[in-house]
Design a binder for this molecule. Structure first.
Ligand code: WT7
Length: 655
């Protein structure tokens, strides 16, 4: 147990001593070795220039980085390339046209196998179809789709003709979709009748139908037939299979400037209007390709990669579409949810397709833990060689479970920190180099200058807590907030002079490893100590009875704020007074008395965004609404009532 220091920016309470060396065979054959850190340190820009050399450029750049007008960066200035050519044509030209790009599995169990050559033909046709519908370089196209191969094809068709796509997650409502279409002034919307989710067709087209009248910029709606469900048909609607099948199968990709806008992806804060995060072409593709090859040690000839995220999130953009395809990888794409038709679906798919690399989120891992060890144990998972995590801090116990029950203690676990704004992985172990520490994202990747600083912007020493910042620009960084340069400056570059501030709390452990401690907005101020939600949650999850937990700070007359915890118990147990007392003691023993929850309310579920992040704001409302003496609540229906009312009111928000 560490002692908390007064004046600290963020307390460092949890200590972790477990460590795992990279497997010797993986280390020996690793794509990236330890010298990459030295190389990048010696000359960061030369390092990134070398990584850009992985791509095909029509015109070479004359300057690696223009940072003359920060925070507005230009990477690979003067260079020209076509992103879709780099993801498809060049692999076919190199003789790999017959390699499988996508093994697709629909939720009902229907399958498609798509080679690089087939993917290229479809993307060329779709590019011609978009051109015939009047889409030109620089125009915006909104994409509102299920998890089907046409979603990736639509994105690449846009990239091929220089149109900027804006993918909107298929779970969003009319308000969210129409707001995003209008902000970007999209000319065309690409959608589908629906997709399968939880065993049923889930309609998408009605949301588009209700949005289009609110969006005067929209000229055409292209509709993929996926489910065959009944849909209404308007005069702007055309079928994908009509316009794409009829289109010419030849299409020559034109080069675009390295800084040509590739896509906009919206992130919504808790209250404010969503920000259109703008990514451009050359730097973005360079860093997603590099990180996909380095962090997952990708061997394109033999690996089967599976990223379980939805294409509607940045994880899907960078590690389903652009990174894997730029690297000529073979991947699995799955349409549905992990519990349909049964809770072993993920493991069944890994077994069936002999997946070697799995990339998923802590929220999924904790859910799998809760469902029970016996479920993955029924399947052959021996093909797996690397496991990745992204999206939230991963609790050390969830990390250990992932390593043990999915990786059978032989696969490295890489916890990767990044954001929609960073475009690609920034802080992560390298599987063939790093001795991994459960729960820590460890180090900035080669070429990335990540640091933890205090309130004044000074680096904290080992053992100290503070804010995660990036001290140098990186190739896949956002270039601005679409249409709002001032908001870009204010949101990301104003808290600390000359540094990008990501909004996350972090600490450095005694070995110098970086730990992410959650959003700074969630930090709890208890008796003058800034305590991270992540550390208290991890302490709770390290108790064998707890599967998952969220904690928040609630107003307290004595301590300023007090910690209120919402655990989910393993096997759906309800807990009793004794267990709750034991949990408080357990947190006290693990982190110190300062971190003991004042109240614990056992819940059957936690409120989450569609991307799986816990909505602590809602839990804070619940915590503030409970009377002080009210300790146990045992699957309290009143608590769940408050949570679900809150969820209903925030339907349009993702994170
Ligand atoms: C926020 C960004 C990056 C793709 C998915 C989320 C949190 C992300 C980690 C991690 C701790 C993490 C941060 C970050 N986050 N990865 N490995 N450890 N926290 O993208 O929706 O833009 O969210 O997710 O709070 O700022 P996003």
């Amino acid at each position: 147990m560490n002692e908390t220091r007064p004046q600290e920016t963020l307390a460092n309470l949890l200590s972790e001593t477990r460590q795992f060396e990279p497997p010797a065979d993986l280390a020996a054959a690793a794509n990236v070795k330890a010298d990459a850190y030295d190389e990048a340190k010696a000359d960061r820009l030369a390092f990134w220039a070398k990584q850009a050399g992985r791509l095909d450029w029509d015109t070479p750049w004359d300057r690696v980085l223009d940072w003359d007008n920060p925070p507005f960066a230009k990477w690979f200035v003067g260079g020209k390339l076509n992103v879709a050519h780099n993801c498809l044509d060049r692999h076919v030209e190199a003789g790999n046209g017959d390699r499988v790009a996508i093994h697709w599995e629909g939720e009902p169990g229907d399958t498609r196998t798509i080679t690089y050559a087939q993917m290229l033909t479809q993307v060329k046709k779709a590019a011609n179809a978009l051109t015939e519908l009047g889409v030109r370089a620089g125009d915006r196209v909104a994409i509102y789709m299920p998890m089907i191969p046409e979603t990736a094809m639509a994105m690449l068709a846009c990239a091929r003709i220089g149109a900027t796509h804006s993918v909107v997650f298929g779970g969003f409502s009319v308000d969210a979709l129409s707001g995003r279409i209008n902000d970007a002034q999209a000319k065309v919307v690409i959608t589908a009748d629906g997709g399968y989710r939880r065993g049923k067709p889930n309609a998408l087209k009605p949301t588009v139908d209700d949005s289009v009248p609110l969006c005067p910029s929209v000229e055409k709606v292209i509709v993929v037939r996926r489910t065959g469900q009944d849909i209404a048909w308007g005069d702007k609607d055309v079928w994908w299979h009509d316009v794409v099948d009829a289109a010419d199968k030849e299409h020559e990709a034109q080069p675009f400037d390295a800084e040509h806008p590739l896509y906009i992806l919206y992130t919504s804060g808790t209250t404010a209007k969503p920000k259109g995060i703008l990514h451009t072409s050359g730097g973005y593709l360079t860093q997603v390709a590099y990180t996909h090859q380095a962090v997952f040690d990708l061997k394109p000839e033999s690996d089967v990669f599976w990223c379980g995220a939805d294409i509607g999130w940045v994880t899907g953009h960078s590690y389903i579409v652009y990174g894997p395809l730029a690297n000529g990888a073979t991947q699995l794409m799955y349409e549905g949810t992990p519990d349909t038709p049964h809770k072993g679906r993920y493991w069944e798919l890994i077994d069936k397709y002999k997946v070697t690399i799995l990339y998923t989120a802590p929220t999924a891992i904790r859910t799998f833990m809760r469902w029970g060890d016996d479920i993955p144990a029924k399947f052959d998972l021996s093909s797996l060689r690397i496991l990745g995590s992204v999206g939230e801090p991963i609790n050390p116990e969830a990390w250990m479970w992932y390593r043990e029950h999915i990786g059978h203690n032989k696969t490295p676990v890489v916890d990767t920190w990044w954001q929609t704004e960073t475009g690609a992985i920034m802080v992560s172990p390298l599987p063939g180099v790093t001795s991994t520490t459960p729960g820590s994202a460890q180090h900035g990747l080669p070429g990335i200058d990540a640091d933890v600083v205090d309130d004044q912007g000074n680096s904290v020493p080992n053992g100290g807590g503070g804010y995660l910042v990036l001290r140098e620009p990186w190739p896949s960084m956002l270039r601005t907030v679409w249409g709002d340069d001032q908001r870009y400056i204010d949101t990301y570059w104003s808290r600390f002079a000359g540094m990008y501030f990501a909004g996350d709390g972090a600490k450095r452990d005694d070995d110098g490893n970086i730990w992410l401690l959650g959003r700074v907005d969630d930090v709890m101020l208890v008796s003058g100590h800034n305590i991270s939600t992540t550390e208290v949650e991890s302490a709770l999850v390290s108790h064998p009875a707890v599967a998952e937990a969220a904690v928040v700070g609630a107003t307290d007359p004595v301590t300023g704020q007090a910690i209120v915890a919402f655990p989910i118990l393993r096997g759906g147990a309800e807990g009793d007074e004794n267990l709750l007392a034991e949990l408080r003691e357990h947190v006290g023993k693990t982190l110190g008395a300062i971190a003991k929850p004042r109240q614990i309310m056992v819940v059957p579920e936690l409120p989450k965004t569609r991307s799986g992040k816990i909505m602590r704001r809602l839990l804070r409302d619940v915590a503030e609404n409970r009377s002080l003496g009210d300790v146990t609540t045992l699957q309290d229906s009143a608590v769940m009532q408050l949570i679900s009312e809150g969820m209903a009111n925030t339907k349009n928000q993702d994170d």
